[in-house]
Design a protein around this ligand. Structure first.
Ligand SMILES: Cc1cc2nc3c(=O)[nH]c(=O)nc-3n(C[C@H](O)[C@H](O)[C@H](O)COP(=O)(O)OP(=O)(O)OC[C@H]3O[C@@H](n4cnc5c(N)ncnc54)[C@H](O)[C@@H]3O)c2cc1C
Length: 446
């Protein structure tokens, strides 16, 4: 879209559907599923707000359930609609769309396998954005029925009674949270001490506490060695020999870049040992006129970063104003309940000595709006550069954290001082009041 709007003649080659996995199997379906789970969690908590549900004869209604068939139909329809909108948008911009599998013949030429026929496309420049696919364990092969990967889980017609989630990274934690909210009995198997390895440790602790309070079983320091089907479910064998049984198992153990068998070697595109495409700050690969963006580069597996890398590549290629990708300004969100959003420098970066900073963590327990809305869990954390007081990072844990992180992201990107954030009016009562309050606590009296 960006290249076309800048006047280029653009062809897009896609083997599945427009919008990629982000739209068809990853971001859009998972966040739509989570929206249903959130609605159920809020409804369950409604009693604490003084709401009760009664049927006509005065008898209290006691059962709330998700019709997973309908939920999954809704989310797949939404994904298809989103994909169709993207297709329409591209066509309106004059982009030529070829459905087929692309293989590079050299750094200017791609062979497209369209099933019945082949087409050779030549271009002045090529942007590779082939994404990644779920990593599989040899001893836990998905069958699409009981043992599933994240792309297959939307085929379920009924809510799993007992779901075992293998892997407690972002994807595993999001699905564990969602299915717990939808009413499944969830067991989360995590090979580490804490869920969400690599994320803010305080945030991971809040999430673990919430998971356990809501009846989820979290097995930490437990590595799944194998997943097998039984007559009526699955059994997961752990490294220490323990067995965990359930009706279904979702395996979320990372992803593999789609960089094999697509002629990258012939085009002179170098890969890292993990199979990702090597890129520089403006998305250039080792081959002249070949750029790469998104999950296939292994920079940050986020749709927002993929899009930014693509925009930077196009701007660089076409001589438009461009500045390199700034990884210390990326904001991201984990769509668990509560959500965990973060931006910029982390507390772990301070502990490793990479940055020097001051940290303030303010619980949402004292926030009036959080109390009114019955939000029980969460905090705001702000990190300021030592000496200068510039905001360099932050974490928000709580309902709607994905929206609340924006003021901190803006402060990080614009290098605002903590006093700038502290002295900006917030609405009273509001959750964002805790952001300015946290900044206020980092004020240094001169
Ligand atoms: C369950 C899940 C939830 C996620 N949620 C979020 C989220 O909430 N927010 C967020 O920012 N990120 C999220 N992500 C990450 C996000 O999905 C990825 O970062 C994003 O999809 C990367 O975009 P991409 O363009 O690199 O690749 P993709 O979206 O994977 O697109 C790559 C496309 O290339 C096509 N392709 C591959 N090889 C070829 C070939 N040889 N020829 C033709 N076509 C080919 C594929 O068919 C695919 O359509 C999530 C990921 C998962 C797994």
């Amino acid at each position: 879209m960006v290249a076309a709007s800048l006047g280029s003649k653009v062809t897009i080659i896609e083997r599945a559907g427009l919008g990629g996995s982000a739209v068809l199997s990853d971001v859009v379906p998972s966040k739509t599923l989570i929206a249903t789970a959130d609605a159920m969690t809020r409804t369950l908590d409604a009693a604490e707000l003084g709401i009760s549900f009664r049927v006509n004869d005065g008898e209290q209604a006691s059962v709330m359930q998700a019709d997973l068939k309908l939920v999954n139909e809704r989310l797949m329809n939404l994904a298809r609609e989103q994909s169709a909108d993207i297709r329409d948008g591209l066509e309106r911009m004059g982009v030529r769309i070829i459905i087929g599998h692309g293989t590079m013949l050299d750094n200017h030429t791609i062979d497209v396998d369209r099933g019945e026929s082949h087409e050779v496309v030549r271009a002045d420049a090529i942007l590779i954005a082939v994404g990644a696919h779920p990593r599989e364990l040899a001893t836990a092969q998905p069958d699409g029925e009981r043992i599933l990967n994240w792309a297959q889980i939307y085929d379920l017609q009924e809510l799993p009674r007992e779901l075992i989630v293998v892997g407690s990274g972002v994807t595993g934690a999001e699905f564990a949270s969602a299915y717990n909210g939808l009413g499944s009995k969830v067991t989360l198997i995590s090979s580490r001490d804490q869920v969400l390895p690599g994320e803010d440790s305080d945030a991971a602790q809040v999430l673990e506490d919430v998971f356990e309070r809501r009846g989820m079983t979290v097995l930490s320091r437990s590595r799944a060695e194998s997943v097998e089907r039984t007559d009526d479910g699955v059994v997961v064998t752990l490294g220490d020999g323990r067995k965990v049984t359930g009706t279904h198992c979702l395996v979320c153990v990372g992803s593999i870049p789609n960089t094999t068998n697509m002629g990258l070697e012939a085009a002179g595109v170098d890969l890292t040992p993990s199979g990702h495409i090597k890129v520089d700050g403006v998305s250039r690969t080792s081959a002249p006129n070949v750029y790469a963006a998104g999950d296939c580069t292994g920079v940050f597996a986020l749709a927002s970063v993929a899009a930014m890398q693509g925009r930077i590549a196009v701007a660089h290629l076409l001589g438009d104003g461009v500045s390199p990708l700034k990884l210390n300004q990326v904001s991201s969100n984990i769509f668990t309940s509560p959500e965990i959003a973060s931006v910029g420098v982390s507390e772990a970066d301070l502990e490793s000595g990479k940055y020097q900073g001051d940290v303030i963590k303010l619980s949402l327990h004292t926030n009036a709006r959080a109390k009114m809305r019955n939000f029980k869990d969460g905090f705001v954390k702000i990190i300021a550069r030592k000496g200068s007081g510039t905001v360099i990072g932050g974490v928000v844990v709580g309902a709607g954290a994905s929206e609340l992180i924006f003021p901190i992201a803006l402060a990080v990107a614009q290098k605002l001082h903590v006093d700038d954030v502290a002295n900006t009016f917030t609405v009273y009562p509001s959750l964002s009041g805790s952001i300015s309050e946290a900044a206020r606590r980092l004020h240094v009296h001169m």
